[in-house]
Design a protein. Sequence first.
Length: 211
Amino acid sequence: MRVKIAPSLLSADFGKLNMELKEVEKHADLLHVDVMDGHFVPNVTIGPAVVKSIKTKLPLDIHLMIENPEKYVGAFAESKPRIITIHAEACKNAKEVIKKIRNMGIKVGISINPSTPLSKITPVLGYVDMVLCMTVNPGFGGQKFIMPVLKKIGELRRLKPKLDIEVDGGINTDTIKLAVDAGANIIVAGSAIFGKKNRPNAIIELRKAIK
């Protein structure tokens, strides 16, 4: 299974966002867009209007870290993302939200925090295209990778051999190989890419670290 790299906007400079995106487009596979509401997580980022203003050739991977996502998926769907990911912890009825997104012709992901067991999402695994395993507690960039999540990734890969498994948080040239070896095939990286002066080279170095 080919490993894909998804730079995270959370670590980009929003004052020159589209310029920075042009630097990484040729080397990345997806653009990870973190949406935070200040309630589900202790931080606020961007809303649907800003997402629509993003200019990139990369498919959008929208990660909704928000309460009541069913109220907002329609607005984010207007940006025509490849996939919208919701948090299991934020949904009263995950199946209904998944169905709503899928009916819009958009792929669906479900995310779980480091402390959330896989059993929380087992009932919906047959309805999603991807599972995002958070490898930090969501809310802020630049955190340290939580190693015990690797076991969860491995269990999920054994359970669903063909499922896309994404990881987000604490990724660098050391932890990316651990995540991939455990079973992840989509890697979100923020400060490891946008925190570097040579961002294209940062992506190349991440890919080298997998081998």
